[in-house]
Write a protein that binds this ligand. Structure first.
Ligand code: KG4
Ligand code: ZN
Length: 364
């Protein structure tokens, strides 16, 4: 089974063809083309929605053509065409869904609208035989959520951020420390040379019950400490980056520990059987955080599974794979599907609060 996926919900224009090897998890990526819009947004220090939409429009046809050529298959060989239908910056989502619908119509293939977050959630099953249910920590530029994943399209939110997303916090920290954009990888690089114990930063909601997160106090504390550093103090910058990253690790571990207990209780796994926790989204590319979460999972008689780093940040293989998983369960969409700027994974839960600053409110 072959599916073409298209991703345009933020600042990556991406297309990919994936193939399923059998009826369950694990497939392979035949092509995965990503064009990151770095130049377009760099001088603004964040994604500017209108510029993003125009860049998607300019590049989408060439990116799809490249993904098809590299996949070695033609449109006629596809079983379905998938695109991110939301949540995200609406101009970009319109470009991606219109392109996918046009291809689907021209080649008489079904169209599948994929929730971008479901793309992150299911990516792990493209590469590893992870079965349902699993515990998911979804950490990206617009999200920080803990979810129980019971199946394709079946999510229960256990906790979410009450203010900022963790990726946004990395991006803000990078900006304050003048480390460049995108911020997450820059903070991780700077932190390697730093002392993670030098600055004692606040850990919001630390040791409180529940699985919600809060990062705004940490963000403010980083700003206040950064203001005390003199310009060009490379050691101070590295120490602050490392202290910040360690603090984020402390917070994620604390919240995930509660989620482990809640999840075990939910699935009736009181005997302490192994729980699989998956970490996904752009921030899951961070190796320090992976290590910390892996330690927690082991301590709780669980295991941590994370997709390869290249599949953590936005790409279209995750959309193609989620589209494939939906398609084979008969979950297809009409060509009248309306792109959604907001689209919670767990529709029963109240809407989360989005990120602030440039590109505010995306992916909620
Ligand atoms: O999933 P993603 O590519 O886009 C969204 O759906 O938001 O996530 C992007 C976020 C950005 O905030 C970026 O700074 C963060 O993921 N990120 C990282 C790392 N790589 C990307 N954060 C921490 N460490 C990283 N290595
Ligand atoms: Zn994403």
């Amino acid at each position: 089974m072959l599916v073409l996926g298209i991703e345009t919900s933020c600042d990556e224009t991406a297309a990919s063809v994936v193939e399923a090897d059998g009826p369950g998890p694990v497939g392979h990526v035949r092509s995965n083309v990503v064009r990151a819009q770095l130049r377009e947004h760099e001088r603004f220090g964040g994604v500017v929605p209108e510029l993003a939409a125009r860049a998607h429009l300019e590049h989408i046809d060439a990116i799809v053509a490249k993904a098809m050529a590299e996949s070695g298959v033609g449109f006629a060989d596809l079983d379905a065409v998938a695109a991110t239908g939301g949540p995200g910056l609406i101009g970009g989502v319109i470009v991606g869904t219109m392109t996918a619908k046009a291809i689907a119509l021209a080649h008489d293939k079904p169209f599948v609208a994929v929730n971008h977050l479901e793309g992150h959630a299911l990516t792990v099953r493209l590469v590893e035989p992870v079965t349902f249910p699993f515990l998911l920590l979804l950490v990206s530029g617009g999200h920080c959520q803990l979810l129980a994943v019971d199946g394709v399209g079946s999510y229960t939110r256990l906790g979410t951020t009450i203010d900022d997303a963790v990726g946004e916090c990395f991006d803000k920290t990078a900006k304050l420390l003048d480390l460049g954009f995108p911020g997450g990888p820059a903070v991780e690089r700077a932190a390697r040379a730093g002392d993670p114990r030098r600055f004692d930063l606040p850990r919001p909601l630390w040791r409180k019950p529940g699985c919600d997160f809060s990062f705004s106090g940490l963000k403010t504390a980083v700003r206040l400490v950064a203001a005390t550093l003199v310009a060009g103090d490379a050691t101070g910058i590295a120490d602050l980056a490392a202290s910040f990253q360690r603090t984020v690790g402390d917070v994620l571990v604390d919240r995930c520990a509660n989620a482990f207990d809640l999840f075990r209780h939910r699935v009736g796994n009181g005997d302490g059987g192994t729980v699989t926790m998956v970490v996904a989204g752009g921030v899951a590319a961070n190796l320090h955080l992976r290590e910390r979460l892996s330690g927690l999972a082991e301590a709780r008689n669980g295991r941590l599974v994370a997709p390869p780093v290249a599949l953590c940040t936005d790409n279209a293989a995750m959309i193609a794979w989620a589209g494939l998983e939906r398609f084979r369960l008969g979950m297809v969409d009409g060509l009248d599907f309306a792109p959604r700027p907001r689209w919670p994974l767990d529709e029963k839960a109240r809407a989360a609060i989005g990120r602030s600053g440039v590109g505010a409110g995306v992916k909620v």
